[in-house]
Design a protein around this ligand. Sequence first.
Ligand code: EPU
Length: 410
Amino acid sequence: MRGSGPLNGELHVGGAKNSALKLMAASLLAEGSTRLVNVPDITDVAIMTELLEAMGVEIQRTGHSVDINVPDEIDPIAPYSLVERMRASIVVLGPLLARIGRARVAMPGGDDFGSRPIDMHLQGLEQLGARFSHEHGDINGEADRLVGAEVFLEFPSVGATENLLMASVLAEGVTIIENAAREPEITDLANFLSEMGGRIEGVGTSRLRIEGVDKLTPITYTVIPDRVEAATYLSALAVCGGQLRLEGARVDHMEMLLRKLEEMGMILEEDDSGLQARVLGRLKAVDVSTLPYPGLATDYKPFLVAALTVSDGAGMVTENIFAGRFRYIDELVRMGAEIRAEGRHAVVRGVKRLSGAPVRAHDIRAGAALVVAGLAADGETAISNAHHVDRGYEDLAGKLSSVGAQVSRT
Ligand code: EPU
């Protein structure tokens, strides 16, 4: 890609990766055919498809709709070959234990964010009556019917909240999840489960009350738009200038991000079915600190750092969710960014332009941040390991080039 700008036009925001993956796993809870609409065509969804198919589920994709036909008998195994490629595979654990009382799921290892334990998932499920043993790198889970309990999460973990929510909808009696994560994707999962017949109160709050039912019914359901994809486009606009309309963007899911962008000088306006954004000159630097929702999402941070590298002034960036989520900074420095990072903190001092260079993507969002940085760089930037970007974005290069960015996929 090459330095670009200004951008001009409209982009459609696709379905949320981090919701679609969980809704696919949740489909295991009901025998029969569930249809998910607005499912992005990305590698992570293909991996979840492979995982469910290996369990005996039939899956058919037509455009952005996915039909998931869950048989009575499921082979409850998530092998390392798939879990290694996608950590989110761990969310099949809750549904499998709830539906058939057995699961064998490979332990996810560490990744580019550092160590990522799943202790809260396991402790919570144990409180509902599941028993776990570890063998040859796998977790073997067993349960007679799960029984509701009060679970207090030490931290509002997205994955642990989801696993517990999916397990407790079919448990006997009442489950309370205290200090639950409140991300829009969790609300989407709770709405999906409620439409299937689950009884959930407190949706959108940090206290979820779930009254177990005996059976759920398959449904047709539309996945919410991807707030992180929308944030990626806004960050590209931040460095290129111009104006964009984001069709389908949900302003109510991105309030903290939009406040930050306004503080930087972006002009934003919600309309009937999306968001209009304009950038007239160089944006101002701001401080960024990640927090669980409704705080500023850790997933936005790499693009915000990319935007700060060419903003006016200096910004302090603090990562409070994943201690190791700063690896892409070395790549940005290769492009001439002035960043000093230590522990959870980084100070980014804006320069006028970056300088295009060969760089490497370490994960999905880091890869997308390098795309944003490449648009603010003189000359050519070539990103290796770009397959990471395909895990979470459907044709990022094609979409950005349709609004004037000079970016292509080779
Ligand atoms: N944690 C524990 N123990 C646990 C679970 C989590 O210590 O049992 C810690 C983690 O190590 C981390 C923090 O709690 O420090 C938060 O982790 P969380 O469980 O909330 O994250 P996750 O469910 O593993 C999801 C998204 C991530 C997103 C985070 C935070 C999916 C598939 N992944 O991960 O998205 O960054 O929530 O919002 O939903 C991405 O899309 O690129 C991505 C990484």
